[in-house]
Design a binder for this molecule. Structure first.
Ligand SMILES: [Zn+2]
Length: 360
């Protein structure tokens, strides 16, 4: 993946978006669910806007501007992201001088970073082209920084485009959102996402893609992190649920994860269990179909629905979890408790897949 290229499922959207450069809005909020490539879209969008000889609106890859973007030193491109993100990219120090030497790199975009753009607006651009500020993840702007950006957008500097990449635009300052044109990105079609993921050399690509809710970059990230195609939390949960085991082992696994991640995972599993209650195959964890079906057969649908609501509530709370360990302990208990069978499973029970003859 080069910084110049759009992902295959984004190319058409990008062409449409870039087609009307003369009437281009000065601020865009590019958003979509995690792992579908909103930052990649914004990055390739910046390159395309800066390119001197774009092809059907997209970066050519050969001109001086494209070479600068690839080398990470185009004078008309600024990346505004938390120091912690810059550090992960291995680019700290390039335009966040105080990142080095700090013990804990910031997870926020700070007001100084937004203010540091002000002198830049007064410099001439290369060949009178665009100036592009890439801001990501936009959610990491604290309120003060967001207000500073809002002030800039109220009187936008000439020749300047702001590209804000976000996964949860509902967490942004509403007045800021209202100053941006929204560009929502959709989940890629499954065959396209799968072909791309396989092209990255990922094993068990279909299983991983399903477990990532169809988000190919998330699946790739999981694979590159060395995680098993079947997530550990799922394996532990399905085992404990089957034998009504104690919740401590599950709590341990969850405590080691980002709360938002396991909440997402369980929401997907709950959908699969709901499908299983109706005798339908799982959507997110197809490789676990036998275990999910066996569990779903005996579940109490009302209890399942209550726990689904509980998970929805956790999705909101998990962003501000004060004590992840405590949340993990509690969640492990709630989730396993809701797996208690409504009725004992035996040959006398009605089962969706039981043979009709003689079953009554
Ligand atoms: Zn070019």
């Amino acid at each position: 993946m080069s910084a110049l290229d759009f992902l295959p499922w984004q190319t058409e959207v990008a062409r449409h978006w870039l087609a009307s450069r003369e009437r281009f809005a000065h601020a865009w909020l590019i958003h979509g669910q995690p792992g579908i490539g909103q930052l990649e879209f914004a990055t390739a969008g910046a390159a395309s806007l800066l390119c001197e000889t774009p092809r059907s609106g997209l970066a050519c890859g050969h001109c001086q501007a494209c070479r600068w973007v690839l080398a990470g030193n185009h004078p008309d491109l600024r990346r505004i992201r938390p120091d912690g993100v810059a550090l992960q990219e291995g680019t700290a120090g390039s335009d966040s001088d105080d990142a080095a030497g700090k013990k804990q790199p910031s997870r926020e975009i700070r007001i100084e970073q937004v203010r540091s753009l002000l002198p830049w607006f007064n410099t001439a651009t290369h060949r009178g082209g665009w100036r592009v500020a890439l801001l990501y993840p936009a959610e990491s702007m604290n309120t003060i920084a967001a207000n500073a950006l809002l002030k800039i957008l109220e009187e936008p500097p000439a020749h300047t485009v702001f590209l804000l990449s976000a996964q949860a635009p509902d967490r942004l300052l509403p007045t800021l959102v209202s100053r941006c044109r929204r560009l929502p990105l959709a989940l890629p079609p499954q065959p396209e996402a799968l072909a791309w993921l396989e092209g990255q050399g990922v094993d068990q690509a279909a299983v991983r893609l399903a477990a990532a809710g169809g988000a190919p970059l998330l699946a790739l990230q999981q694979a590159r992190a060395g995680n098993a195609a079947t997530p550990a939390w799922l394996d532990v949960f399905l085992d404990l649920a089957r034998q009504a085991g104690p919740s401590a082992a599950l709590a341990d696994v969850l405590a080691g994860m980002d709360a938002a991640d396991w909440v997402d995972g369980f929401q997907r599993l709950w959908l699969d269990l709901g499908l299983g209650v109706h005798g339908l195959p799982p959507r997110y964890y197809p490789d676990q179909a036998p275990r999910i079906r066996a569990l779903a057969r005996a579940l109490d649908p009302a209890l399942l629905a209550r726990t689904a609501s509980w998970l929805l509530e956790q999705q909101r709370l998990s962003r501000h979890a004060l004590n992840p360990k405590l949340l993990a302990d509690h969640a492990a208990q709630v989730l396993l408790r809701s797996m208690r069978p409504m009725r004992p499973v035996g040959p006398a029970n009605h089962r969706p897949d039981a043979p009709r003859a003689g079953s009554a």
